[in-house]
Design a protein around this ligand. Sequence first.
Ligand SMILES: C[S@@+](CC[C@H](N)C(=O)[O-])C[C@H]1O[C@@H](n2cnc3c(N)ncnc32)[C@H](O)[C@@H]1O
Length: 305
Amino acid sequence: VTLKQALELAAEKLSVLPDIEAPAFEAEVLLRYCLALDRAELHLNKLKELTPEQVARFFVMISRRLQGEPTNYITGHREFFGLDFKVDSRVLIPRPETELLVEQTLRIIGDRHFQTVSDIGTGSGIIAISLAVNLFRTGSFLNLPGSSLPNVLHNNSTMGVKIFATDISDPALAVARLNAQKHAVDQYITFCRGDLLLALPEPVDLVVANLPYVSTSAMAAMPSALFEPHWALDGGTTGLDQILRLISQLRGRIKEGGAVLLEIGMGQSVAIMDFFRRLYPLCCPQVLRDLAGIDRVIAVVSFHA
Ligand SMILES: C[S@@+](CC[C@H](N)C(=O)[O-])C[C@H]1O[C@@H](n2cnc3c(N)ncnc32)[C@H](O)[C@@H]1O
C-alpha cells in the first residue's frame, strides 16, 4: 500500500461520519503523525510503500477516529495562537474562536500598566501561556492577521507582570504545567487549583476566562462531548452557571479599574451583560464579535464595584 492509497482509503472510511467535515485533511494529519512527516515530506513520498506495521498503526488511528475520538486526542497535539500545545482527555481541545480572547487581552495589557493577570479555568493552559509567550519572550512575538500589536508589549512595563492560571481540575493543571514548560514560560505563571476566583491568592488587575458555556441539553448533540472532560464543557441548564458565578465573585478579587474578558457562547451576550450591569451598575460591559459575526467575548475594560 502506498501513502497515497492509504490516504484515499482512510478518507473514504472517515467520510461516512457526518461530523467529520474534512475527511481527507484529517486522514492526512493522522498519517503525518503516524509517520512523523511534515506536510512537504508527505507529499514528496506519496508513492512510497508503507510497511505492514505502519499500515496497521495508521488504521488503528483511523478506527479510533471512526469511534468519535477527536483527531487532536489521537495525535496529542493542537495548535493555538501559532503555538503547539499538548492535549489529551484531561483537557478541552482548544477552539480557534478563543484566539479572539487572547488577542483582545494582549491589546488591553499593552494599553495599561497591569501587574497581575489571571486565566480562570486554564485547561491546557493555552490562554495564560499564549499571553506569557507574547509578553515575555521577545523574538517570538506573533503577527496577528490584519493588525500588529503595540510595541509597548515589549518595553519594561510588562516585565513585572505576574500571571495566575487556575483550574478546578488537578489533571488539567498537570497538562497546563507541561505546556508552560514546553514553551519555557513556566517561571512566569503561578498555577492554582480552586473554584473560579476563590483560587486566586491576591486581587488581580485582569481576569480572562473561557469557562464551560454549553448547556446540558446541547452537550447531548456534541460528538466530542463523549471524549472531552464533562466539567470543561457543561455550563448547566442554560450554559451560564459558571460565567455568572465568576461575575458574582468579582468584587474584592479584581482591583478597581481592572479588566474582565469572558468568552461566551452563541446567544448568551444579552443575559450576561444584564447580569453584569445589575451587579455592578458602574460597569460598561461591551460585546466583541468573532470572525463569524457571533457575539464571542464580553469585555469590561474598567471594572468598578
Ligand atoms: C471550556 S474549558 C477552557 C479551557 C481553556 N481555558 C481553553 O480555552 O481551551 C473550561 C475550563 O474551566 C475549568 N473549570 C470548570 N469549572 C471550574 C470552576 N468552578 N473553577 C475553576 N475552573 C473550572 C475546567 O476544568 C476547564 O479546564
